[in-house]
Design a protein around this ligand. Structure first.
Ligand code: SF4
Length: 319
C-alpha cells in the first residue's frame, strides 16, 4: 500500500515586502499597513515556537513541506541557525521558501537544505502579471540556476483557481521540463474576503491538474492541499496522483471533527496515512527537548521550547 504524509509548512514570519498578490490576505486594504505586518522585526515568530512546532511535526510523523517566510525578519545568520536547528530536530534536510537568495547565501544553507521552492503560483503568464504584479519571475529563475550549480533540488508552488484554464496545462508541462523541477505543490485557491476572488476551484477541475501532472511526470514529487472546509477534496487529490498533502491547520484543528473527516477521506483514497492528525500520543515531550544537542540548543532555549511545547500540546489536547 502506498504511504502518504501530511506536509507541514513551517512559517517563521508573516512579513511580506510585496503585499500585492491579488489573491493573498496581505493585499487586503489595511493588512499590509498594520505595524506588525509592515515591520519585519515585529512580524517574526520566536525561535522556540518554531522549534517546538518542529518537534511536534517529527513526533507525529509530519514532514516539513518547507521553511517559509519573509527573510528580512531575520538576519541571514539567524535564518541559517533556524534551518540548522530544524534539520537537527527532524533529521530532514529542509526546503527553503524564503524569497530570493544569492548563490553565496544559498551556500550557507547547503548542509541543511534539500532544495529551494519558487512561488510561481500560475503558469498563465499574462494572468500572473495581474495576480502577482511585484513577484517577478526572473529572480526565481535565477535562484533555480544557482540550485543547478549547487546541486540543490527545485520546487514550485501552483495555485489552481486564479483564472487559468486546463488549456494552460501545457505551459506547466513545459516549465517543469525546462527547469527540471523535482517537486510541485498544488493549492486549491482559498478565496479571502476582500480580494477579488469569491470561489474555490471545483474538486474535479483541481484534481484534473494533479492527474495530468502525474500522467506526464510519473517520478515528480506532488504535494496537494485544500483548506479544511474541503475535506472531500482529499480523497480525490490523492487518487489523482498526489504523494502527500498539505495546507491543514494541523495544530489548531488537531483531532477536531473536521480533521477526523479529512482523515476519513484520506483513508478512503486507499493510501496508508502515516501522519497523525487525531489522537495525541502520550509521550514524554520534555525528554524530546532534553536530548537536543547543547551546542545548538543551550539550556535557556530548551526551557523556552518546553514552555511553547506545553502550550501547543494543551491546544491540541483540548480538541
Ligand atoms: S509574496 Fe504575494 S502571496 Fe506571498 S505573502 Fe506577499 S503578497 Fe502574499
Amino acid at each position: 500500500m502506498q504511504e502518504t504524509y501530511f506536509e507541514r509548512a513551517l512559517f517563521f514570519s508573516w512579513y511580506c515586502a510585496l503585499g500585492d498578490c491579488t489573491f493573498c490576505y496581505m493585499s487586503i486594504n489595511g493588512n499590509q499597513k498594520t505595524e506588525s505586518n509592515n515591520n519585519p522585526h515585529l512580524a517574526r515568530r520566536s525561535f522556540e515556537s518554531i522549534f517546538a512546532e518542529a518537534i511536534i511535526s517529527k513526533e507525529l510523523n509530519w514532514k516539513i513541506e518547507f521553511v517559509s517566510g519573509g527573510y528580512h525578519s531575520y538576519t541571514i545568520d539567524e535564518l541559517v541557525f533556524l534551518v540548522k536547528g530544524i534539520f537537527e530536530i527532524t533529521g530532514q534536510k529542509q526546503w527553503l521558501n524564503i524569497g530570493h537568495l544569492t548563490k553565496e547565501e544559498l551556500k550557507l544553507f547547503l548542509p541543511y537544505s534539500e532544495g529551494y521552492a519558487g512561488t510561481i503560483e500560475t503558469v498563465n503568464w499574462e494572468l500572473r502579471k495581474k495576480v502577482c504584479p511585484s513577484k517577478h519571475l526572473a529572480p526565481i529563475l535565477k535562484a533555480f540556476e544557482h540550485c543547478d550549480e549547487l546541486r540543490l533540488k527545485k520546487a514550485i508552488t501552483i495555485i489552481i483557481g486564479l483564472g487559468e484554464t486546463i488549456d494552460d496545462f501545457k505551459k506547466l508541462h513545459e516549465f517543469i521540463e525546462e527547469h527540471k523541477i523535482d517537486r510541485i505543490t498544488f493549492y486549491a485557491l482559498n478565496p479571502h474576503p476582500g480580494t477579488p476572488f469569491t470561489s474555490s476551484p471545483e474538486k474535479e477541475y483541481y484534481s484534473q491538474w494533479i492527474q495530468k501532472t502525474r500522467e506526464v511526470f510519473p517520478e515528480l514529487e506532488i504535494i496537494a492541499g485544500a483548506w479544511l472546509d474541503k475535506a472531500e477534496y482529499y480523497k480525490s487529490i490523492l487518487e489523482a496522483g498526489a504523494d502527500n498533502f498539505t495546507k491543514l491547520p494541523a495544530i489548531r484543528e488537531f483531532n477536531t471533527k473536521k480533521m477526523q473527516e479529512v482523515e476519513k477521506q484520506i483513508n478512503l483514497s486507499g493510501k496508508k496515512l502515516m501522519s497523525k492528525l487525531t489522537n495525541l500520543p502520550q509521550l514524554d515531550w520534555n525528554s524530546k527537548v532534553n536530548k537536543l544537542s547543547e551546542k545548538t540548543f543551550p539550556n535557556e532555549l530548551k526551557n523556552k521550547i518546553k514552555a511553547k511545547l506545553t502550550s501547543y500540546l494543551k491546544q491540541m489536547d483540548k480538541n
